[in-house]
Write a protein that binds this ligand. Structure first.
Ligand code: NAD
Ligand code: GLY
Length: 350
């Protein structure tokens, strides 16, 4: 196990990463705990939670992105009030990114802030969402539109939880890993050389620590996405989020991969990314996501990108695109041009 410090200005934290990290739950002994989890995770880890977080109030919410909304958020806040928590309480978000995002937001709101610990149980949450303090719910068809930056004190990233994860969810995590690889040349090389090991737990443990270290660095530089660097973590997300909210059939990580695929073509078309590198990146994407499908009505779906948080001007869509190994650029396109390009790329697929 290794400890990766995240030196954020608002509240520094530590990420415990690797086998044995779960033992760090000991740090919470004697604290007032409120464990938030979802119905799937609770079914698998009910006894584990009772043993490791003895005496904690436990709140179980329905699993899935469609429950990442204000109704569930207020159920969580009600349960916190019912448990008579005070400001010294610790909320333990035990689950995937949905639980982490909602748990973090509830912790930031309750009494204007209680302590929060992330225990990510999906690969996606371990490599990305549990680190960096972005919390949110979806609202009125817009992803993560209500939220706060609220840093966890501890993140406990133990690969033991991945043993119960369906392969499809591992693929979602690999989506954010490939995104990180497109931002960091060393991680990219490891991914290109390690394609056959993508589902090996030892490979995943090593690459998880690499991704966490990379994200910690970005978040330390630009905690609240104000100087621009943190925007890079949104590569593939402009199109990914738009398709996720419009179609909703797949998971976040799958849409990130699909979004990266579309946006790599756009980067090529706009003369930002050379064909050779874009093609190599797409091969990495399809090693995990398979063939990217045709989307009926993509022009309508693309309009959701108008609400992307990176956009600065009305009618203009911002996206982070690959430029070269370990290099990225921000591309801003008039909305209609973006829609036309998506339709053109999509039209070439059957
Ligand atoms: P998720 O939380 O819905 O988990 C995916 C599925 O796996 C769920 O059905 C869950 O019940 C199940 N599950 C969780 N742990 C399990 C385990 N150990 N064994 C078996 N099943 C398990 O989704 P996710 O992919 O973890 O996260 C996606 C969410 O994260 C999205 O809402 C996305 O917006 C958010 N996100 C946030 C950030 C951030 O910086 N805050 C970054 C990336 C993604
Ligand atoms: N996943 C985007 C971010 O943390 O900024």
């Amino acid at each position: 196990m290794q400890t990766i410090q995240v030196h954020t200005k608002s509240r520094p934290g530590a990420v415990f990463c690797g086998q044995g990290a779960a033992e760090q739950a000991e740090l919470l002994r004697d604290k007032t705990l409120f464990v938030l989890t979802d119905s799937n995770v609770y079914r698998l880890y009910k006894e584990y939670i009772a043993e490791k977080f003895a005496g904690a109030a436990v709140c179980v919410v329905p699993a899935g992105e469609r429950h990442k909304n204000r109704t569930t958020l207020f159920k969580i806040l009600d349960a916190m009030l019912d448990a008579k928590l005070n400001r010294n309480a610790w909320l333990v978000a035990f689950g995937g990114g949905v639980i982490g995002d909602m748990g973090g937001l509830a912790a930031s709101l309750y009494m204007r802030g209680v302590h929060v610990v992330q225990v990510p149980t999906t690969l996606l949450a371990q490599v990305d969402s549990s680190v960096g303090g972005k919390t949110a719910i979806d609202y009125r068809g817009v992803k993560n539109v209500i939220g706060a930056f609220y840093q966890p004190e501890y993140v406990i990233c133990d690969p033991v939880f991945l043993r119960t994860l369906p392969k499809r969810e591992l693929k979602c995590g690999l989506g954010e890993i490939i995104k990180t690889g497109a931002l960091d040349a060393q991680i990219y090389e490891k991914l290109c050389n390690g394609q056959r090991q993508f589902f090996d737990f030892s490979f995943l443990e090593e690459i998880t620590a690499d991704c966490v270290r990379f994200k910690a660095h970005v978040v330390e530089e630009d905690e609240c996405e104000r100087n621009g660097l943190r925007k890079c973590l949104n590569m593939g997300h402009t199109t990914g989020h738009a398709l996720e909210l419009f179609y909703g059939r797949r998971s976040h990580g799958e849409y990130v991969l699909i979004g990266m695929d579309f946006e790599s073509y756009i980067a090529e078309e706009e003369g930002i990314c050379p064909h050779g590198y874009a093609k190599e990146l797409r091969a990495l994407i399809s090693a995990v996501a398979g063939k990217i499908p045709h989307f009926d009505g993509i022009g309508e779906a693309a309009k959701a990108a108008l609400y992307d948080k990176k956009n600065e001007k009305r009618g203009e869509i911002s996206m982070i695109v690959p430029e070269a190994k370990g290099k990225f650029a921000e591309l801003k396109l008039p909305a209609q041009k973006y829609i036309d390009l998506l339709e053109q790329i999509n039209g070439g697929r059957v």
